[in-house]
Each structure stands twice: as C-alpha cells, then as structure tokens.
Ligand binder design. Sequence first.
Ligand code: FAD
Ligand code: UDP
Length: 371
Amino acid sequence: MKKIKNLIVGAGLSGAILAERIADEKKENILVIDKRNHIGGNCFDYLDKNGILIHKYGPHVFHTNFEEVWNYLSKFTKWNYFFLKPRALIDGIKATLPFNLNTLYQVFPKSMAENFEKKLIEKFGYNVKIPILELKRKDDDLKFLANYIYENVFLNYTKKQWGLKPEEIDENVTARVPIYISRDDRYFQDKYQGIPLNGYTKMVENILNNSLIEISLNTDFRDVKNEIDYEKLFFTGAIDEFFDYEFGELPYRSLNFDIQEKEVEYYQETAVINYPNNYDFTRICEHKYFLNQKSNKTVISIEYSEKFVLGENERYYPIENPKNKNLYEKYLKYSKSLKNVYFLGRLGDYKYYNMDLTVDRALNFFENQIK
Ligand code: FAD
Ligand code: UDP
C-alpha cells in the first residue's frame, strides 16, 4: 500500500494551489491525483495544430478585485491584459453585452434610446449596475425596456443554460450580468483582468512544480482509495460522489462543446458571442482572441448546455437554489464527522465559484485550517 502524508483529489486550481501551499510552507509530501489525463481542471487549455491555445472547457477570462489573489497567481504566470467584450445576438444585431447605454442605441431608434438613457440615469444614476429581475420588478415607465431586455437577453438564454426561467434560479446568477448604466463595454469591471500569457495549463504546471508534489493522472479516487494510506485527504471532486450519494444526488448542469476548425482568419468579431434566442446553443467562443494569436485558420467552440446525468457527462455548474443548498448542507455536516478529510473547490463546496473565488478559497483554507 502506498503511504503518503497528504492526498489531494483533483489537479484543478483548488488542488494545485493547496498542494503548492502545503509543499512550500509545510515542506510535506503530497500526492495529487486526477481522473482526467491532464492537470488544470476546467481551466485546462492546449495548443492545437495551428498553434492556437484552446480553452477545452469553455472560455476562461481571469478577473478579480482581490489583490492577494492576483499577486499569488502572478508568481506563476505573466499576463496578457485582456478585457472580455462579448456581444449578444438581439433581433439580428450583434449587440453589446452586458446591456448598457451603447446597447440602447444599437437596438432602438435614436429618439427612443435617448429617452431610455435619460430615464435610466435620472432614476438610478450613472455607472450603476442593476440586475434584470430588479429592473423588471419596478412598476414604472421603464417597464417596456425591462421586459425587452428580459425577453431578448435573459429568458431564453437562461432556459437553455439552466433548463429554468430566470425567476426559478438564485437571483445572483442573472445578476452576474447586470444592466450597466455606462458606456463601458467590458464584461467585467474588476481591477485586475487577464489571460495567463502561456495559458492556464502552464500556470497550473508552474504552481505544481515542486519536488515534494507527485502527480498521478488518469487516476480516479474511487479506484485507488483502498490502495493509498494517507494522513490527510483533500477532496476537490463532487462531495455527493464522495459519500456515494447517501442523501441523494446534487444536481448540476453539464455542457457539450462542439470544437470546430474554420478555414478563415476570423470567424466572428470578438472572443465570445452569446445567442440568447433562435439557436440551441448558448454561445460561440473564438479562441485565438484570448492571446491575440495569428493564424490563417481559426478555432471556435459552440457551447450547448445540458442536464448532468451520472455516468454520461461531466459536472460543470452547481445549481444554487435553497433546495440544493439544503442537500449540500447535509453532506457538509456529515463530512465534519470525518477526521482529516476536507472538501473544497467548485465541486467540493458546491458553489458557483469564478476562478478568483476558487483561488481565494484555497488560500484561505490553507491559512485558516491547515497551516
Ligand atoms: P475543477 O476545475 O472542476 O477541478 C476539479 C478536478 O477534480 C477535475 O480536474 C476533476 O477531473 C477532478 N476530479 C473530480 N472527481 C475526481 C475523482 N473522483 N478522482 C480524481 N479526480 C477527480 N471562472 C472565471 O473566473 N472566469 C471565467 O471566464 C470562467 N469561465 C468558465 C467557463 C465554464 C464553461 C466553466 C465550467 C467554468 C468557468 N469558470 C470561470 C470557473 C472556473 O472553471 C472554476 O472556478 C475553476 O476551474 C474551479 O477549479 P476547481 O479546482 O475547484 O475545480
Ligand atoms: N445570462 C443570460 N443571457 C446572456 C448572458 C447571461 O441570460 O446573454 C444569464 C444566464 O442565466 C447565465 C447567467 O446570466 O447563466 C450568468 O452568465 P455568465 O456569463 O456569468 O455565465 P458563465 O460564464 O458562468 O457561464
């Protein structure tokens, strides 16, 4: 039986950062296992035959206001300072997203747009963000605009993405993309934004580059758990899977990426275009934009959302609502009865973490519970 001090399940951002912290600060041995054939988790990217870096599991743009998180990652990568400026197809127009003052002029006649702009600023002020469901609840002369945005941007996209209407999911989800009373076309306004200059996989490889860290890929915890004698276990996979679905399955949304090479220099105007209406897919990503790569060809991925079905596809999004949170809390409570077993990460915590929250969680977890 293999003996190891620390076993980490999952070589994504959570697992890699925790391994680095334990190795660097505590000088202990760590074995990191992952069932996939690569490190990086869902941030994984790879160079294709045209030299374009492909985000295998969907577009990943790093953004944060946490200086500590930015400084930590900056020890392992240089950055391409990149601002995501996506578009959404609305009434046949590739319009600015998040819906902002510029979008008003793209989709409405000028006099109407001017009128909405004036009313929005009068009511809410300038440089203010309003979640769609909040705007929709206001029973006033902005009702037409609220319904227009709801129906053209949010309703069908959310139904495709979650299989639910915007009112049926946690309000924080649609609030991620608020109506923005501004002319700032960036998807995020965080202080720090970028793409690792040599890709996410290289960044995670650098994080894991420590002689105390051993990595074993193509290794599912379920297959090896009785063959490894560990003192501490850190699990960044799905918490319900760990407990053999004792209390029932936690629901997730899954994705299907149709990755296609195109014989043109550019396929679309920008890195990400959302398709709220008319198509089965949610968005199309053109990968060469992230690092401004040059090639005669281009690669796109068309993203379809689907229900997660155990054994058939992968978990990508926890579905945060009171019922599911309740079920997760049961697992969390149960997990506290185990000694030296810890859960973290997007799957371990069942939380819709962006990368910066994932990093923040791993760093804080180490500081507060392990150091
Ligand atoms: P994961 O990356 O899921 O890693 C968990 C790892 O554990 C996986 O490699 C898995 O194979 C492994 N594992 C699971 N179970 C087992 C087992 N039984 N045995 C062995 N290994 C196991 N965040 C942003 O900030 N900006 C973005 O633009 C952005 N875009 C995203 C787009 C999509 C489509 C998705 C799905 C997520 C996006 N994110 C984005 C979020 C980001 O991917 C996560 O915050 C981050 O990857 C979470 O890291 P993690 O290590 O917790 O989980
Ligand atoms: N959303 C939408 N239309 C859009 C973009 C987003 O309805 O064009 C909603 C949808 O419910 C989505 C949520 O806002 O799931 C969050 O969007 P985000 O782009 O943050 O999702 P992610 O990048 O995590 O998939």
